[in-house]
Design a binder for this molecule. Structure first.
Ligand code: F6P
Length: 538
């Protein structure tokens, strides 16, 4: 049996054993558990002690990381080797947030000088826009930015803006991703073309939704400014020539490289609109926070390595205990888009059934990720988390000090975050409920009927990720944590986390259906699809 197979078997054995104990019981008789399973790195504090693994389970998981050569894969990732094997590319997103003068390479070629030069150009542009030195066609300084992009060209920047925007921003930053006509209408509503900059972000510059929205924005500018309006267009792409052909002035096309994956690209010029709206100093602090997590990930031993241990906790649930779904609940309004971001990062990276060399995977891969901001979702899906038939692990992300805390409201938010993690693990026995109902004088028949309904099984795992404050640095560290966690999971599962062939079929079929909806000849479809097309053509 190979080392990896043996390691997976040991993980399965220990998980089966641990699954028969209650998580809470793992603390008894193991006073060092809490200390062993809490971690601090790059401004984040992470508590994995409410995960369902005993020390033997933890050791089996670490053994799996060793057998899967996570350390070797980490070295290859950092070295800029071709880790995206199906596209023949590196995945060198760490170079994008490294301090000036770093020495990252791709396929043996130094790329840090390119990154440094690109960043210098970006900061100059940002400063020119913010100072008004670079103004609109009519001379008005830019006061609004419309960011057009989708997937990795949208979710990261949108998350950064929601998390870091000042209460009263001096630049009105809007986002448009969906091809739904109402999206661009909403994005442009109330804006004046004279002082609006349009930033079109697309790695390929071929994405149907983005080009459709960019055409609407370009027409909106031209309707007011004529072709001079093209001076309000900015493009961020790995296909700069295509962007220029669209009408974007050459000195407003910001290129990035094919060794940057879309869902790993917020650190590049893809984040330009945020840098404009926030100021480049804040964006640099965001990059620095991620670089701190990178340094930790690159150097910490596996058993002290936050991204590795978070990946192992998730894999212990996913593969050891067969849990197919995970919830992410940020107890912070400004992090409400974190679940959306992680859906793409984790499910587009690791939602695969074939390994990196084309064989069916030997283990289940990515869990489905969903979530929403606490406390809101306590009034939405926490009923299922507490009393549903399935055990769904939860990542709770909380912020200790609020930016604008007053009257201790932050304490109320934190109390809910902590209490939910406790309730998920501890639950409430039927005997306790009976006792409580008896004390309230309930009739026995009522107690018999109600007690089972009001008991909580507990034994439901969670990870608790605590930021001291939500700052550009801790946001950068948080996103980098999940990027590296996702990478480690891909290594454990033996899959390529950096391609996304699964999005191609839907795109190509949509092109065929669109042609038919627009009056083209009917194609060959199943009866259901054919009927829908007929109905929609009426
Ligand atoms: O969802 C498929 C995908 O290619 C993502 O990986 C990417 O982030 C998104 O579409 C947008 O692609 P582009 O940046 O090339 O417009």
């Amino acid at each position: 049996m190979s080392d990896a197979k043996a390691a997976w078997a040991e993980l399965a054995r220990t998980a089966a054993h641990d699954g028969r104990s209650r998580i809470e019981s793992l603390f008894a008789g193991d006073p060092a558990r809490l200390d062993r399973l809490t971690f601090d790195a790059a401004g984040l504090h992470v508590d994995l002690s409410k995960q369902p693994w005993s020390q033997a389970g933890v050791e089996a998981a670490i053994g799996l990381a060793r057998a899967a050569d996570v350390e070797g894969a980490r070295t290859r990732l950092i070295a800029g080797d071709v880790v995206n094997t199906s596209e023949g590319r590196a995945a060198q997103h760490m170079a994008l947030r490294a301090p000036a003068g770093a020495r990252f390479e791709v396929a043996g070629e130094a790329v840090s000088p390119l990154v440094d030069a690109g960043r210098a150009t970006m900061w100059r542009f940002v400063d020119e826009i913010r100072s008004g030195a670079r103004a609109g066609a009519g001379g008005a300084p830019f006061r609004a930015v419309v960011h057009i992009g989708i997937g990795g060209s949208d979710l990261g920047p949108r998350l950064v803006w929601e998390a870091l925007a000042p209460i009263e921003p001096d630049i009105d930053l809007r986002f448009a991703a969906n091809v739904d006509p109402s999206e661009m209408s909403a994005a442009l509503a109330g804006l004046n073309p004279q002082d609006t900059l349009v930033v079109v972000v697309s790695k390929t510059f071929t994405t149907q939704e983005t080009l459709a929205n960019a055409e609407i924005a370009r027409a909106w500018l031209r309707a007011s400014l004529g072709h001079a309006g093209d001076a309000h267009l900015v493009a961020v792409s790995a296909a700069p020539a295509v962007a220029q052909a669209f009408g974007v002035p050459a000195d407003q096309v910001f290129a990035f490289w094919d060794w940057v994956g879309g869902r790993f690209s917020v650190w590049s010029a893809v984040g330009l609109s945020c840098a404009i709206a926030l100021g480049h100093e804040i964006f640099q602090h965001f990059l620095a926070g991620a670089a701190q997590m990178d340094a930790h990930f690159a150097s910490a031993p596996l058993e002290e390595n936050l991204p590795v241990m978070l990946a192992l906790a998730h894999v212990f649930n996913r593969n050891g205990l067969g849990r197919t779904v995970r919830a992410v609940v940020p107890y912070a309004r400004r992090l409400r888009l974190l679940p959306d971001f992680l859906q793409q990062l984790e499910m587009e990276s690791n939602g695969k059934r074939v390994d990196a060399v084309g064989r069916p995977v030997a283990q289940a891969t990515a869990a489905a990720v969903f979530g929403g901001a606490g406390t809101n979702v306590q009034h939405a899906f926490f009923q299922l988390l507490h009393q549903g038939t399935d055990v769904i692990p939860v990542d709770i992300v909380a912020v200790h000090r609020a930016r604008d805390d007053s009257e201790g409201r932050q304490a109320k938010l934190l109390a809910n975050a902590v209490a939910q993690a406790e309730a998920l693990m501890v639950g409430r026995t039927e005997a306790d409920v009976r006792q409580q109902l008896q004390a309230q004088g309930a009739a026995q028949s009522q107690i018999d009927a109600l007690a089972p309904q009001r008991a909580f099984p507990g034994d439901r795992p969670s990870s608790f990720i605590l930021l001291e404050r939500l700052t550009p640095e801790t946001l950068g560290a948080l996103i980098a944590l999940y990027e590296h966690k996702t990478f480690v999971e891909g290594v454990l599962w033996g899959i390529n986390s950096f391609d996304q062939w699964g999005v191609e079929l839907g795109k190509s079929l949509a092109g065929r259906v669109l042609a038919e909806l627009e009056g083209g000849p009917s194609g060959t479809h199943d009866p259901s699809t054919a009927a829908l097309i007929r109905r929609l053509k009426d």
